[in-house]
Design a protein around this ligand. Structure first.
Ligand code: FE2
Length: 202
Protein backbone atom coordinates (compact mmCIF):
# COMPACT_ATOMS: atom_id res chain seq x y z
CA UNK A 1 0.00 0.00 0.00
CA UNK A 2 1.04 3.59 -0.47
CA UNK A 3 2.42 5.75 2.32
CA UNK A 4 2.47 9.48 2.99
CA UNK A 5 5.55 11.45 1.89
CA UNK A 6 6.79 13.47 4.85
CA UNK A 7 9.75 15.81 4.46
CA UNK A 8 10.84 16.59 7.98
CA UNK A 9 10.15 17.07 11.71
CA UNK A 10 12.54 18.06 14.52
CA UNK A 11 12.57 14.99 16.71
CA UNK A 12 10.51 13.57 19.47
CA UNK A 13 10.01 10.32 21.34
CA UNK A 14 6.73 8.56 21.92
CA UNK A 15 5.98 5.79 24.41
CA UNK A 16 3.87 3.19 22.62
CA UNK A 17 1.85 0.14 23.67
CA UNK A 18 2.89 -2.13 20.79
CA UNK A 19 6.18 -1.07 19.21
CA UNK A 20 5.86 -3.43 16.23
CA UNK A 21 2.38 -2.13 15.39
CA UNK A 22 3.50 1.48 15.85
CA UNK A 23 6.70 0.99 13.84
CA UNK A 24 4.57 -0.46 11.06
CA UNK A 25 2.19 2.53 11.21
CA UNK A 26 4.99 5.08 11.06
CA UNK A 27 6.75 3.29 8.17
CA UNK A 28 3.84 1.90 6.10
CA UNK A 29 1.35 4.76 6.63
CA UNK A 30 3.40 7.84 7.43
CA UNK A 31 6.32 6.77 5.22
CA UNK A 32 9.24 7.14 7.66
CA UNK A 33 12.39 5.06 7.29
CA UNK A 34 13.92 2.93 10.05
CA UNK A 35 17.41 4.12 11.09
CA UNK A 36 18.07 1.73 14.00
CA UNK A 37 16.48 -0.38 16.69
CA UNK A 38 17.60 -0.97 20.27
CA UNK A 39 16.60 -4.58 20.75
CA UNK A 40 12.83 -4.74 20.33
CA UNK A 41 12.30 -1.90 22.81
CA UNK A 42 13.11 1.24 20.84
CA UNK A 43 13.11 2.23 17.17
CA UNK A 44 14.57 5.37 15.57
CA UNK A 45 12.80 6.72 12.50
CA UNK A 46 13.48 9.49 10.00
CA UNK A 47 11.76 11.53 7.31
CA UNK A 48 14.84 13.50 6.22
CA UNK A 49 18.57 13.24 6.77
CA UNK A 50 18.64 13.45 10.59
CA UNK A 51 19.25 9.99 12.05
CA UNK A 52 15.89 10.25 13.80
CA UNK A 53 13.09 12.74 13.99
CA UNK A 54 10.80 10.31 15.78
CA UNK A 55 11.73 7.51 18.16
CA UNK A 56 9.29 5.02 19.63
CA UNK A 57 9.84 3.31 22.97
CA UNK A 58 7.91 0.28 24.19
CA UNK A 59 5.81 1.01 27.24
CA UNK A 60 6.23 -1.82 29.76
CA UNK A 61 3.26 -4.17 29.42
CA UNK A 62 2.64 -3.98 33.19
CA UNK A 63 2.67 -0.18 33.24
CA UNK A 64 -0.10 1.13 35.48
CA UNK A 65 -1.12 3.66 32.82
CA UNK A 66 -0.83 1.30 29.85
CA UNK A 67 -4.27 2.14 28.44
CA UNK A 68 -4.49 5.75 29.58
CA UNK A 69 -4.75 7.01 26.00
CA UNK A 70 -4.21 10.65 24.98
CA UNK A 71 -6.99 12.99 26.01
CA UNK A 72 -6.99 16.53 24.75
CA UNK A 73 -8.76 18.12 27.66
CA UNK A 74 -5.63 18.14 29.79
CA UNK A 75 -2.09 19.53 29.51
CA UNK A 76 0.24 17.64 27.19
CA UNK A 77 0.89 17.22 23.51
CA UNK A 78 -2.14 17.90 21.25
CA UNK A 79 -0.49 16.99 17.96
CA UNK A 80 2.82 16.94 16.13
CA UNK A 81 3.27 17.35 12.43
CA UNK A 82 5.25 16.43 9.35
CA UNK A 83 5.78 18.72 6.37
CA UNK A 84 4.51 17.46 3.00
CA UNK A 85 4.86 19.02 -0.45
CA UNK A 86 1.55 20.39 -1.67
CA UNK A 87 -2.24 20.48 -1.63
CA UNK A 88 -2.24 17.66 -4.19
CA UNK A 89 -0.08 15.61 -1.85
CA UNK A 90 -2.52 16.33 0.98
CA UNK A 91 -5.43 15.09 -1.15
CA UNK A 92 -3.41 11.95 -1.91
CA UNK A 93 -2.69 11.62 1.82
CA UNK A 94 -6.44 11.45 2.52
CA UNK A 95 -6.74 8.49 0.12
CA UNK A 96 -3.69 6.77 1.65
CA UNK A 97 -5.07 7.14 5.17
CA UNK A 98 -8.45 5.80 4.05
CA UNK A 99 -6.75 2.82 2.34
CA UNK A 100 -5.01 2.01 5.62
CA UNK A 101 -8.23 2.49 7.62
CA UNK A 102 -6.66 5.26 9.68
CA UNK A 103 -9.01 7.56 11.62
CA UNK A 104 -8.92 11.14 10.30
CA UNK A 105 -9.55 13.74 13.02
CA UNK A 106 -9.80 17.02 11.09
CA UNK A 107 -9.01 18.59 7.72
CA UNK A 108 -8.34 19.29 4.95
CA UNK A 109 -8.36 22.89 6.16
CA UNK A 110 -6.23 26.00 6.00
CA UNK A 111 -5.36 27.91 9.16
CA UNK A 112 -5.41 31.71 9.29
CA UNK A 113 -2.14 32.31 11.16
CA UNK A 114 0.64 30.67 9.12
CA UNK A 115 -1.73 30.06 6.18
CA UNK A 116 -0.85 26.36 6.29
CA UNK A 117 -2.99 23.49 5.10
CA UNK A 118 -3.62 20.79 7.72
CA UNK A 119 -4.80 17.20 7.96
CA UNK A 120 -4.81 15.45 11.35
CA UNK A 121 -5.16 11.71 12.01
CA UNK A 122 -4.71 9.12 14.78
CA UNK A 123 -1.75 6.82 15.32
CA UNK A 124 -2.28 3.38 16.97
CA UNK A 125 -2.08 4.91 20.47
CA UNK A 126 -4.56 7.71 19.72
CA UNK A 127 -1.95 10.43 19.28
CA UNK A 128 -2.91 13.17 16.84
CA UNK A 129 -0.45 13.29 13.91
CA UNK A 130 -0.64 16.06 11.34
CA UNK A 131 0.65 16.58 7.83
CA UNK A 132 0.85 20.19 6.72
CA UNK A 133 2.16 22.32 3.85
CA UNK A 134 2.34 25.83 2.44
CA UNK A 135 3.20 27.44 5.77
CA UNK A 136 4.14 31.12 5.60
CA UNK A 137 7.93 31.45 5.70
CA UNK A 138 9.48 34.42 7.52
CA UNK A 139 13.10 35.02 6.60
CA UNK A 140 15.63 36.65 8.90
CA UNK A 141 15.52 39.86 6.88
CA UNK A 142 11.78 39.87 6.18
CA UNK A 143 9.71 42.54 7.86
CA UNK A 144 7.03 40.73 9.83
CA UNK A 145 4.80 42.43 12.36
CA UNK A 146 3.05 39.98 14.71
CA UNK A 147 -0.72 40.25 14.51
CA UNK A 148 -3.45 39.30 16.94
CA UNK A 149 -6.05 37.28 15.02
CA UNK A 150 -9.69 37.27 16.03
CA UNK A 151 -10.83 33.85 17.18
CA UNK A 152 -13.23 33.23 14.31
CA UNK A 153 -13.97 30.17 12.20
CA UNK A 154 -11.72 31.62 9.48
CA UNK A 155 -8.73 31.91 11.80
CA UNK A 156 -9.14 28.15 12.36
CA UNK A 157 -10.08 27.22 8.79
CA UNK A 158 -10.17 29.75 5.96
CA UNK A 159 -12.24 27.22 3.93
CA UNK A 160 -14.90 27.12 6.67
CA UNK A 161 -14.84 23.27 6.74
CA UNK A 162 -15.82 23.06 3.05
CA UNK A 163 -12.83 20.79 2.29
CA UNK A 164 -13.07 18.69 5.45
CA UNK A 165 -13.26 14.96 4.70
CA UNK A 166 -14.76 14.19 8.13
CA UNK A 167 -17.43 16.01 10.15
CA UNK A 168 -15.84 19.10 11.69
CA UNK A 169 -15.54 19.50 15.49
CA UNK A 170 -19.09 20.08 16.83
CA UNK A 171 -18.10 23.09 18.95
CA UNK A 172 -16.70 24.78 15.87
CA UNK A 173 -19.80 24.02 13.80
CA UNK A 174 -21.85 25.64 16.56
CA UNK A 175 -19.63 28.68 16.36
CA UNK A 176 -19.90 28.80 12.57
CA UNK A 177 -23.68 28.76 12.86
CA UNK A 178 -23.59 31.45 15.52
CA UNK A 179 -21.28 33.53 13.39
CA UNK A 180 -23.58 33.32 10.36
CA UNK A 181 -26.55 34.25 12.54
CA UNK A 182 -24.64 37.18 13.97
CA UNK A 183 -23.86 38.43 10.47
CA UNK A 184 -27.56 38.41 9.64
CA UNK A 185 -28.57 40.52 12.61
CA UNK A 186 -28.02 44.18 13.41
CA UNK A 187 -24.46 45.43 13.83
CA UNK A 188 -25.09 45.61 17.57
CA UNK A 189 -25.00 41.81 17.82
CA UNK A 190 -22.64 40.66 20.56
CA UNK A 191 -19.18 40.12 19.12
CA UNK A 192 -18.50 37.13 21.34
CA UNK A 193 -21.07 35.05 19.46
CA UNK A 194 -18.69 34.90 16.50
CA UNK A 195 -15.74 33.58 18.41
CA UNK A 196 -14.55 30.01 18.63
CA UNK A 197 -14.15 28.59 22.12
CA UNK A 198 -10.87 27.93 23.84
CA UNK A 199 -10.44 24.39 22.54
CA UNK A 200 -9.55 25.28 18.97
CA UNK A 201 -6.28 23.66 17.94
CA UNK A 202 -3.85 24.97 15.37
FE1 FE2 B 1 -0.73 21.90 13.38
Amino acid sequence: MNSLRPKRLGHMVLMVRDIKKSAQFYTDVLGLKVSDWIGDQMVFLRAGSDHHDLALAQLPKDSADFNDLPRYSRPGLEHFSYLIDSYEEMERSVKVLQEHGVEIVRGIGRHGPGNNLFLVFKDPDGNNVEVYCEMTQIGERDAHEPQVWERTIESFDQYRFERFVVPPPPHLVAQKTAQAAAQNTASSAPQDSAKADSSDQE
